[in-house]
Design a protein around this ligand. Sequence first.
Ligand code: NAP
Length: 462
Amino acid sequence: MKLEDIKSPFDGAIVGQAPVSTVPDVDRAITQSELGADLWRHTPAHIRCAILLKAAELADERSEEIAHIISGENGKSLLEARGEASRSGEIIRLAAFEGSQLYGATLPLDANKGTGLEKIGFTLRQPVGVVVAISPFNYPALLVLHKIAPALAVGNSVILKPAQSTPLTAIALAKCFSDAGLPEGVLQVITGSGATLGDALVKDSRVRKISFTGSTKTGTHISGVAGIKKLSLELGSSCPVIVMNDADIEYATDAIALGGYINAGQVCISVQRVIVDESIMGNFLDALKPKVEAIKVGNPKDLENKVGTLISENEAIRVEKSISQAVSDGATLLTGGSRDGAVIQPAIVCGVDPASAFAQDELFGPAIAVSSASGIKEAIKLANSTIYGLGAGVFTKNVDLAIQSAREIDAGIIHINWTPLWRADLMPYGGLKSSGVGKEGVRSTVAEMTEEKTIILHGRSW
Ligand code: NAP
């Protein structure tokens, strides 16, 4: 099979190689996966659980090695890559546990008029079968594990298609499962171009579930071609944060200086729009600017640097252009925005028109768009003004405003007194509107990776 070089976005150094799969390879993988699904479905849950727990142990042991792979191919700082890799074992353990908890319900059939005590009904969950998991580049370990670990824990087989730019992390993680004793064919990694392989993976009727994380554009395409099968789509966003006039400004700016710039802003729950009550705008910007300017960016291997590169120089050029366009449209660049290769200096753009592309479209880069609002009603209206609805944050000490925000903001995850950039791996996680369909978070994923059947035992009256 043809191999391609995987290069560091920082200096172009070759960090590894990955196979370039073809459409016939997809067909072979699905055939193999059907066999894997049959075998794994008939493997008792306690054996599946034991293999996953062993894989978690291996992921823990290999955490430092995996962190170097993540940082090398993705360009995120080694500091951030270590944080990501260190969650691997725990996600697998959570999945192993949830996979052993497939309880059903007893149906009180005799409460249905005309039905007696001679019948018993209950629900039974079973794996869906062949799962195709398609993941993006930005969290090459975390987002892969949030799909494959719950899918495997409940007895599915998985074909994983990682982003073409970050296949090495996926391969290293898959090795933890195979070294732990996962039978052949139960987990396969297929690498190469999504544009080439995507339709073959998604359309095939032998595939019973697509679990996709990526852009809204690709998600829209997938939902158009998938046909009748289960679909989870974790898509794009332009997450808002509201800062009310009673907020603790130091605390809010500490959080925003993290939430807008971690992973060079390439996070679906990154802070993109900051909506500040107009009465505190001056104090807010004065507090935020030095904190953003203090973020060290550059060579991912340098432990002084909190933030590394974007995924490629082309992506950095795109973000640089978006910032320039916002300024041409009348906004002010308060700090940052300069580019060196794939590295962009963290930027604050203020006076942004909330209806402009800089606020409305997903930026996926290290810049925030600051706009003002007068009072909570206008702030919530602006928060809800994009096609997206993944995460949101509200800073206020007022309980009434917090409750109003929780009820009225149309986002899948709402943080009161923090930014959307926070996640516990067990919590339900997913967006509204064009940010997606379905939920991840280990327990939610387990539900989405299984089918529920209703069983009725028909006895005779005695
Ligand atoms: P992307 O371009 O949509 O790619 C995501 C994955 O889809 C990659 O593996 C890609 O393969 C594959 N793909 C491309 N074309 C395809 C097709 N026609 N059919 C099937 N698969 C195809 O997204 P990205 O740039 O990697 O990731 C950034 C996006 O992901 C952002 O929009 C971000 O918000 C979103 N995201 C969402 C969440 C969430 O939880 N909601 C989390 C993280 C990221 P190639 O790499 O080979 O093109």
